[in-house]
Each structure stands twice: as C-alpha cells, then as structure tokens.
Design a protein around this ligand. Structure first.
Ligand code: GLV
Ligand code: MN
Ligand code: MN
Length: 415
C-alpha cells in the first residue's frame, strides 16, 4: 500500500482555526452546544467540507454530514464522525480531531486519486457533551431515532426548548422518527479521538484500539431540608440539605470504589445549593450524578443500591429526596473482527495497544445501527475536559494515518 500520510500542516491549520470560535470569557476552549460560537464554528466547518468536495447536508437532528460518493452504488456508507462542541473550560482536541481528521482523510484520499467502494460520510454530531438541556450525544441519539418526545421538550435555564434549539441549528425535529437510520443503514462507524485518560501517555504508546466503551447512567436529584439561621439553630435541630448531600456524595464514591475495578466510576459533577449564603442552613440542593462501567448490569446494580440507601438515609435524617433518571446510554463491546483490522492497520503506523474507553462517545449510539471502531491518540498526563488537554500534532498525524489505513482495509473487505 502507498504511504497514506496525511498533510498534518493543513490539519493543524484547521484545528487552530476552529479553536478561534470559542467563548473568550471562559477558560481554555469553551464552545458549548447551541451557542453563538458553536453556530459560527459549524458554518465554517460546513464550508470546509464543501471546499473539500463533500456534498453537505444537515439531517433532522442537526448533524452536519459531508458525503463522498463511492464506486459501488449498492453499498451502505461508512461513517467517520465525532463532535465540535466542548465542555465548559475544556480542551482543544476532544471531538475536533475526529471531525477535522475525517476531512483530512478525504483530502488525502483525493490527492492519492483513491475512490472508495463505499460512500463515505464525515459527520459532525450535534452537541455530544452534556448540554444545558441535561442531555448528551444529542445528534447521535437523534440520528437513530432515540430522542424521545420527553427529551425534545426539555428546557435549558433560559427556557429554550430542545426541539426548537435543534431546529434553529438547521435540524427538523418533526421528521426525526421518519428519517431515523435503522440497523444496516451504515456499513461501519469509525471515530478517531484523544484518549481523554492516562493509559497511552503513561505507556508512551502513540495509538490505541478501543475494546469497549463504558455505558453511562445519569440522574438528577432534588434534596429538600429546611433553611434556618446558621447561628441560632442547634446542630441536632437542623435539616441541612447540603450536609445530607455530602453524605450521599461520599456514599456514591464508596459504592463505586467497592467494585475495585478501574472502569467503574461514579461522580457528582454538578451541584446547586439554596440559598447559598454563609449564615443560612442550606434548605435545598439539586445535583446530578452519573455512574459508568463497561457492564450495563453493574451500572444498574450500583444505581439501584445508591438510590435505595439514599432513600433509607433520607428517612432517618427527615429530609426529602427525589430521583429522576435523565439519561442512560448502554456500554459497547467492540466486535472482534473490527478490533483485529484496526490493530493490524494501526500497528503498521506506530506501536499500538488495546484499551477500553472510560469516556462515552457518539459511537455508543451509532452501535445500534452499525459495527463501530475507535482509534485513540494520547492525552498528555491523562488530562482532558480541562484547558490543559493536549495531544501533539505528531500523535494526531499518526492517528489520522492509522484511520486512513483502516478505512481502506474495511472498504475493501466489508460488504
Ligand atoms: C464525554 O466526553 C464523556 O463525558 O465521557
Ligand atoms: Mn468530552
Ligand atoms: Mn469527545
């Protein structure tokens, strides 16, 4: 096979360009889904796809799709995708290298005069990170018809309704069900991503083939105690919602640690306190927790146990508690053949290991309609979802080259 090295200078320019569409009042790179910066980045991205010779469109879930024709009209498309939204105060690589790396794949193929048998779609999935609507992976859920009416009616803090926000990006929520892709509508889904964890950087190995992706269950919890004077209320006469919430946070940590397995994790990352004043006992807390694991049964078991123990404790403390499940995404075990082809083709480019993904991805949902495969490049010091997130351009280059090699191998052998 020819040398399939991409043009990393060109890709670097694109990564740096999209990184200018950010909210500069925040730290690091902040391009939250549905914001002004996000919309501007999408307009630029669509133009970039067009300039690359892709035929672009926006589907019902507002995903941006750039299509390249294949030589065999009977074949279903291979999809390469990721996302361009970020967490708040996030990094520059999470998601962007997958989408822009996909465009670089197309440019490299064109330069080499290669036409694939399969049609190829480069997809920028709508709002992958947890959004202000309390939902993540909105575009990939939408693409396969998994955005329920209840989800579409969720509101953000400004009172905006999710379905309106999707339509405002160019989607069409009234057509989501009709246009949903079904099993077999794609031949394969591939995603290049930074690891977002420490494994590759610790081992000093530049490429990883993902073996499985964790499932994630998220809940919103409302805790209601009683606000009162922080000076005059004795310790044994308090119904302190924040003190109780703190007990719950530690309980969640204990339950997840108790599983003694690196993939099993639980986090409370979002919390609000009312009235949030130094001399008032907190009367109300609202928080979100998530549990992740490679086995869905483990997540269910831990979530049920946590809820049951929290409810018992709330009765003891005389504090009200209410749980609402806000999302459940299932874990994925990558098919043996996909792993094998990816490993062979990554090995040709650089040293490669197998590893699981502790981060969720759009692949969790696309797996419902097609086999999926993911290639990881290192995250320096295992840092991600923070301004310090870093992957070198040399590592990104290896990742894109491995992606091209793998794509060509799948294109040849998949039907
Ligand atoms: C996606 O970045 C996640 O939260 O795993
Ligand atoms: Mn992320
Ligand atoms: Mn991501």
């Amino acid at each position: 096979m020819d040398n399939m090295q991409p043009n990393i200078g060109r890709l670097k320019n694109d990564i740096e360009k999209i990184s200018t569409f950010i909210d500069r009042s925040k730290l690091g790179h902040t391009r939250r889904g549905f914001t002004k910066e996000y919309k501007e980045a999408r307009v630029w991205l669509r133009g970039k796809m067009e300039e690359t010779g892709l035929e672009t469109s926006i589907d019902a879930a507002a995903n941006i799709i750039g299509k390249l024709k294949g030589s065999d009209k009977n074949l279903k498309p291979i999809i390469i995708g990721s996302h361009t939204d970020t967490v708040e105060n996030g990094g520059m690589y999470d998601g962007t290298i997958g989408v822009l790396g996909g465009i670089e794949v197309v440019r490299t193929l064109k330069e080499k005069g290669i036409t694939l048998r399969h049609p190829l779609e480069i997809v920028d999935f709508t709002s992958e990170e947890p959004s202000e609507f309390g939902l993540s992976t909105i575009g990939s859920k939408g693409m396969i018809g998994e955005l329920s009416e209840e989800m579409l009616q969720r509101k953000d803090s400004l009172g905006r309704v999710l379905s309106d926000a999707i339509d405002d990006l160019g989607g069409n929520c009234s057509e989501l069900k009709k246009r949903a892709r079904k099993k077999g509508d794609a031949a394969l889904y591939l995603e290049l991503h930074n690891e977002l964890g420490p494994v590759l950087d610790n081992k000093k190995i530049p490429l990883g083939v993902v073996t499985g992706i964790v499932g994630i269950h998220r809940y919103k919890v409302l805790v209601e105690g009683e606000s009162n004077h922080a000076g005059t209320t004795p310790m044994n006469m308090r119904y302190d919602a924040l003190a109780f919430t703190s007990e719950l946070i530690l309980k969640l940590q204990g339950l997840c640690r108790g599983k003694n397995s690196d993939d099993v994790v639980g986090t409370v990352g979002k919390l609000s306190v009312e009235p949030n004043a130094s001399n008032v006992i907190p009367g109300k807390c609202e928080f979100e927790f998530e549990i992740r694991a490679l086995q869905n049964e483990v997540i269910d078991e831990l979530a049920n146990k946590f809820i049951q123990e929290a409810e018992e404790l709330s009765r003891k403390r005389n504090i009200k508690i209410k749980f609402d499940n806000i999302s459940k995404s299932s874990s994925v075990i990558i098919d043996e053949n996909i792993k094998k082809v990816l490993k062979e083709n990554c090995d040709k480019v650089a040293k490669t290991v197998h590893l699981p993904s502790g981060a969720g991805h759009d692949a969790n949902h696309i797996y419902e309609i097609a086999p999926v495969g993911m290639i990881f490049v290192p995250s320096k010091d295992g840092r991600s979802h923070c301004p310090e997130e870093y992957t070198s351009y040399e590592e990104i280059e290896l990742g894109v080259e491995a992606l091209i090699n793998s794509l060509l191998a799948f294109d040849k052998n998949l039907d």
